[in-house]
Design a protein. Structure first.
Length: 456
């Protein structure tokens, strides 16, 4: 496992350009960002800042939306022409909030609404650097082996990579657990690719897709005339995987009678074909995977305890995608590279606003759902960059969607109003005047609604 110190070493130091005609805002941002170790340049004049950008590259620009000589939208456009990879964060007062939202549609990464606090600055800048890091990582050389990758740089995924490297060279059986779409077969293939068995076959079999007889035939093979229609002898997948790895997906769905036969194979290291009498020696590593809770299945008598312990020598539990949202930018760009080749679309990136929506979505289908969302976005994209409106409607309206999933149904209008008022008040730091201005109501109306919903 990595230490906290090693995690801190992962922190990305960046060059940041701050542009604001208010000196106090410049000083506050410089203080917040330099505490994080970033190199910060501040300017009160946007035109001079652009001259600086022509001379030297920056990772992030933080600029006021409303400034003399040049407004934030024009600055955004010019900065992107000079440095297409720079991420632009706009600072806005509540009166110009609508303009800031429009700016995100035109390529700004995000906006900071005044008054902002240090934590908000750290979060937004961190996400912008995360996105830049993804673009850089997708262009880095491939790893030292040609096997598949479980994409991600979160602590959970780094820990799983460590376990994979530790156990790959051993012969122990492995049980991979996790929801559908979390990458169980990818982990199995990674273990195989890093193991001494890498030159041998990797054979995958779904235990939940067949009846007892078909599973026996597929796994164990059969001799000629073992049953009606068996005109020739056939090797089973266990034999086919000799000197390699057999990946048994959905092993928790294997019928009880087959569980006993598999246990004997693991214990004896040999297999007898259906209708045969001569055992065949096996040299196979077995990796099982399941989305079921096998401990509970054992307790209920649905899965053999002895087989469970034979398989579960090492357990690798994969997190849901919603539990590692910091990996979504890197995953999204990895998937995008694959899709643009397959679909022959010249898509160069994902807008900051679209990426924010992708990171806010709940992904009940995990990585597989992210792939489906991006496939649709690549097909629908009107330009070389995926925008928010290229995403499916349930991602665009992710706030309502997440409420539906949380509450098990559509919310009443009053519930949505209550939550939105609470959200705006929080953004305004509790200021009723600013909140009322954004909501388009007077202070007295806001006060009545706050009292009604218990927000005062």
């Amino acid at each position: 496992m990595r230490s906290d110190r090693e995690d801190n070493e992962q922190h990305q130091v960046a060059r940041i350009l701050v542009i604001d005609d208010d000196e106090m805002t410049q000083k506050n941002l410089r203080r917040i960002l330099e505490k994080l170790g970033h190199q910060v340049s501040t300017y009160g004049n946007a035109l001079r800042a652009l001259e600086r950008l022509e001379e030297s590259p920056y990772d992030v620009i933080i600029s006021d939306l409303r400034m003399p000589y040049l407004d934030g939208l024009e600055l955004l456009n010019r900065a992107k022409r000079l440095s297409p990879d720079v991420e632009v964060i706009l600072i806005t007062g509540y009166a110009s909030l609508e303009g800031a939202v429009e700016a995100t549609k035109q390529g700004a990464f995000q906006y900071l609404a005044k008054p902002f606090n240090p934590e908000q600055v750290r979060t937004v800048v961190g996400k912008a650097l995360e996105l830049r890091s993804c673009r850089e990582q997708r262009e880095t050389p491939a790893p030292s082996y040609d096997g598949p990758l479980l994409i991600g740089n979160s602590r959970k995924i780094r820990d799983i990579h460590e376990v994979i490297h530790q156990i790959a060279s051993t012969e122990c059986n492995v049980l991979i657990t996790g929801e559908s779409g979390t990458g169980k077969e990818l982990v199995a293939r990674s273990i195989h690719a890093l193991s001494p068995r890498a030159k041998g076959p990797f054979v995958a079999f779904n235990c939940g897709a067949f009846s007892d007889d078909l599973i026996a035939n597929e796994l164990f093979g059969h001799e000629k005339e073992a049953f009606t229609g068996a005109l020739t002898s056939k090797s089973g997948l266990l034999e086919t995987a000799n000197s390699g790895t057999l990946f048994m997906d959905e092993i928790g769905d294997m019928p009880p009678s087959m569980q006993l036969k598999l246990l004997r194979v693991i214990q004896e290291r040999e297999v007898t074909r259906v209708g045969g009498t001569r055992p065949v020696a096996l040299d196979v590593r077995i990796i099982g995977a399941t989305a079921r809770d096998l401990k509970a299945a054992v307790a209920e008598g649905l899965f053999r305890r002895d087989l469970y312990y034979r398989l579960n020598v090492v357990n690798i539990a994969l997190p849901k995608l919603s539990e590692r949202k910091e990996d979504i930018p890197l995953l999204a760009y990895h998937i995008l590279e694959k899709l643009k080749r397959q679909m022959k679309r010249d898509i160069t990136g994902i807008s900051g606003h679209a990426m924010n929506l992708l990171q806010g979505y709940t992904y009940p289908g995990n990585v597989r759902e992210l792939e489906n969302i991006l496939e649709r976005a690549v097909a629908m994209a009107q330009s070389g960059v995926i925008r928010a409106w290229d995403l499916p409607p349930d991602v665009e309206s992710l706030e309502v969607y997440s409420y539906e999933r949380t509450h098990g149904g559509l919310l009443k209008l009053e519930e949505l109003e209550q939550d939105y008022i609470s959200h705006v008040l929080k953004l305004c730091g509790g200021s009723r005047t600013k909140a009322a201005e954004i909501l388009g109501i007077d202070r007295a109306s806001l006060w009545r609604k706050m009292k009604k919903y218990g927000l005062d």
